[in-house]
Design a protein. Structure first.
Length: 280
């Protein structure tokens, strides 16, 4: 029977990062780039310009260490309102990218084998969940009346997102992972709490269960910080609570957080990937 004395401490960081919109989540990734990590971003929000600006201002020589793939289904106006143009592809393309990061003339191999010097970033979980819902809505069986079972669509999308989070946080996925999410206030029998926004409210309380590290970005009196200590609204966690402060500055906080949990990345040149560039 194994005991904790033989339990291997992981050298990987699996982090759920929650914050309100415009709280500095994406831009703060620059501290990891500066610290020497290669970032691979599944971009569902199309809001990476601030990260590019921060890298150019702080460590322009490392601009090429960030690779991203923008995944969002195009929306087009129609007679009955805005709708997705064609068949939803963002969810399926995201799954393919997580199996092998390959598209056009780019091939970076299997994300689950990238190792401890690479950080996979999902930005954001909110839009990933939208993509999952849109995909399952498009393939839902339609009855004679033209209607479909909305509950089944929600259920299928929730199951798929939960399985994906289980995969990303499993020991076999040998890469650091940051999942960026937005908060949702939910009333429960024991009070009001903040949970990650998911596909419907049933998934939201389950999401933090998959992550050993869970932090919140807050803005107090105009100062943005990374909250590490739980309070009445949210239960946070990290793998080494005795070595972590109650909060970290947003400018260097992610690099500081990683530094406590694992050794710094090896000193090596960035991978040969497409240079990070602004969106049109």
């Amino acid at each position: 029977m194994p005991s904790l004395s033989t339990h291997p401490s992981t050298s990987l960081v699996k982090l759920l990062l929650l914050g309100d919109s415009k709280s500095g989540k994406t831009g703060s990734l620059v501290s990891l780039v500066s610290a020497g990590y290669n970032l691979r971003i599944l971009d569902f929000d199309n809001l990476l310009d601030i990260l590019r600006y921060n890298i150019l201002a702080q460590c322009p020589e490392k601009l090429g260490s960030v690779e991203y793939r923008s995944l969002r289904d195009p929306i087009t106006p129609g007679a009955v309102g805005a709708r997705i143009k064609g068949k939803p592809q963002a969810w399926i393309n995201a799954i393919k990218m997580l199996d092998r990061w390959k598209y056009d003339d780019i091939d970076l191999g299997v994300p689950g084998e990238w190792g401890p010097d690479v950080v996979l970033v999902v930005d954001s979980l909110s839009r990933l969940c939208d993509a999952a819902y849109d995909f399952h809505e498009a393939i839902a069986p339609v009855g004679k009346s033209g209607d479909y079972d909305g509950r089944a669509v929600y259920g299928s999308a929730q199951d798929d997102v939960e399985k994906l989070l289980g995969m990303l946080t499993s020991p076999s996925f040998n890469t650091n992972v940051i999942v960026i999410c937005h908060g949702l206030y939910m009333d429960r029998p024991d009070g009001t709490f903040i949970f990650p926004q998911g596909v419907g409210q049933k998934l939201s309380p389950k999401i933090p269960q998959y992550f050993p590290n869970y932090v919140r970005y807050i803005n107090k009196s105009g100062k943005r910080t990374i909250q590490l200590k739980s309070d009445a609204l949210i239960h946070l966690a990290n793998a080494r609570p005795n070595e972590m402060p109650e909060s970290l500055p947003i400018e260097t906080g992610l690099a500081d957080f990683f530094r406590v949990l694992r050794d710094p990345p090896a000193k090596s040149s960035p991978s040969k990937i497409t240079p990070f560039k602004a969106h049109a």
